[in-house]
Design a protein around this ligand. Structure first.
Ligand SMILES: Cc1cc2nc3c(=O)[nH]c(=O)nc-3n(C[C@H](O)[C@H](O)[C@H](O)COP(=O)(O)OP(=O)(O)OC[C@H]3O[C@@H](n4cnc5c(N)ncnc54)[C@H](O)[C@@H]3O)c2cc1C
Length: 444
């Protein structure tokens, strides 16, 4: 079974709120690839990673095509929570494991990644509907003086960081739920319409000279030993010879690049959108910042432009989404906001993302000319675009960011294609259990 086809209709965007509200609702269709083609670079996967890589290459005059199995932005890029964040909550653990220098470098990448996305949208006039502000809401009691001290230390050691501690009263300006005790405000983060972003980057890449193919799943990457080109990428109806391949399939990576399977594992995550809630949503989320909570299986939510609650949560680790996933997410939503018990759910959808053990992205060159970039571990709105851009630049000859990203340790995922999902389910499932233990975790 393939994640590419397990939960969706081929060639069709899921029925998400994003699809319903995309500014380019008659999204330009790109043709299916047929016959024999030759490009300098063949990118496999038309999400943020692949599209940003293609745009970067095309802007530098390099001939590039994108093979997308379904539609551009069809994967996680067009279905996520829209939070353009830094993933602050992982830095403490990262500092412990890898040291302060690595944590600082990663922080700088995250800050640059967010700015890269905002600049891209501005430059290409993409209607991303950006709203600034993300709050990390802490679901365990936490001493605010201790939090303030920790954040001061973080801000002093991480360039450009300006994280603010919120006590319970200050948190009410952002989220009104009895579930949360304190929070961390990230001013330089925010939320946006991810499908608009993906469609906009696709159009920019196409205008810059990239050739985009949809409904064109790559089935095999053949290494050529006797030709001047290094690779032949096969689809059911075409072959593309090229010098360089960029695998940008993230959670849908499957077995095209076997080496990458030990770096990145797929997980599924789900979102519901309520009916428009009018003034009620403004009372629940007064500042219009997006919220991500501190649970291992994170609840994340925000106001939509038409005053719905977009609420994400729940995870599973197999190929198929659980049948009742809308109810799972709705339960999480009403435990955060009991007043929404009777709110109608208008849209529910799921998607697949890639995570690594360290939660740092996997940005690799596996052999000369064979790149992959994936495993953004829930922070790909900023990082997938930035890493795709870095891979594009590396291929064009500017390797600085790629080399630094390539050094990030991702951690080895043991097992084989059959055992790995089970190992992952066991590891993630036991960590998720900790969310339910009242006394576990940071307290003070
Ligand atoms: C429900 C959900 C919520 C999320 N929320 C957030 C959030 O709020 N903030 C955040 O930063 N991140 C979030 N993420 C993660 C983020 O969306 C991803 O990290 C990011 O979109 C990855 O981009 P990508 O281009 O690497 O992968 P994708 O967008 O998944 O694109 C991969 C593409 O490759 C294509 N493909 C795969 N195999 C082949 C093949 N063989 N041939 C051709 N094409 C192929 C797929 O069709 C797909 O379109 C979320 C993810 C999900 C699923």
């Amino acid at each position: 079974m393939k994640l590419l086809y397990a939960n969706d209709t081929a060639g069709t965007y899921p029925d998400s709120w994003y699809k319903a509200t995309a500014s380019d609702s008659n999204a330009k269709q790109y043709r299916q690839v047929t016959g024999a083609h030759s490009f300098d670079v063949c990118v496999i996967g038309g999400g943020f990673t692949g599209l940003s890589a293609a745009l970067t290459l095309a802007e530098q005059g390099i001939s590039v095509c994108v093979l997308e199995a379904h539609r551009v932005g069809w994967g996680a890029s067009g279905r996520n929570g829209g939070q353009l964040g830094s993933g602050f909550n992982r830095h403490e653990a990262l500092t412990k494991t890898y040291g302060i220098k690595a944590s600082q470098q990663y922080w700088t990448f995250c800050e640059r990644a967010k700015q890269y996305v905002l600049d891209l949208a501005r430059k290409h006039n993409i209607d991303i509907q950006y709203v600034p502000g993300i709050v990390n809401a802490l679901h365990r009691p936490y001493s605010v003086s201790k939090l303030t001290q920790e954040l001061d230390e973080f801000n002093n050691t991480h360039p450009g960081a300006a994280l603010q501690a919120l006590d319970k009263a200050a948190l009410q300006d952002h989220v009104r739920s009895e579930q949360y005790h304190a929070g961390i405000f990230e001013e330089t983060s925010g939320h946006l319409h991810p499908l608009n972003l993906a469609l906009g980057i696709a159009e920019a890449a196409s205008k810059a000279g990239a050739t985009l193919f949809e409904n064109s799943p790559a089935t095999k990457i053949e290494r050529l030993l006797t030709s001047s080109e290094r690779f032949k990428v096969h689809t059911h109806s075409a072959q593309v010879v090229c010098n360089t391949v960029v695998c940008a399939m993230n959670g849908y990576l499957d077995s095209l690049v076997k080496e990458a399977r030990t770096d990145v594992i797929p997980i599924n995550n789900f979102i519901v959108a309520t009916e428009p809630l009018g003034e009620d949503i403004k009372n629940l989320l007064p500042s219009n910042a997006a919220i991500a909570d501190s649970r291992f299986v994170v609840n994340y939510f925000r106001r939509s432009a038409d005053d719905r609650l977009l609420f994400g949560g729940g995870e599973n680790y197999g190929y198929r989404f659980p049948k009742h996933y809308p109810e799972i997410v709705q339960r999480a939503m009403t435990s955060v906001f009991p007043s929404l018990q009777n709110a109608r759910i208008d849209y529910a959808w799921g998607g697949t993302l890639g995570i690594t053990r360290s939660r740092w992205p996997s940005v690799k060159q596996w052999q000369p000319g064979l790149y992959s970039s994936s495993g953004y571990s829930g922070h790909g709105v900023a990082l997938a675009n930035f890493c795709g851009h870095a891979v594009g630049n590396a291929i064009a000859g500017n390797t600085e960011d790629f080399n630094a990203l390539n050094q990030l340790k991702t951690g080895y995922i043991p097992g084989n294609d059959f055992i790995r999902p089970w190992l992952c389910a066991a590891a993630m499932g036991s960590s998720a259990l900790l969310d339910r233990l009242p006394s576990f975790g940071k307290q003070s």
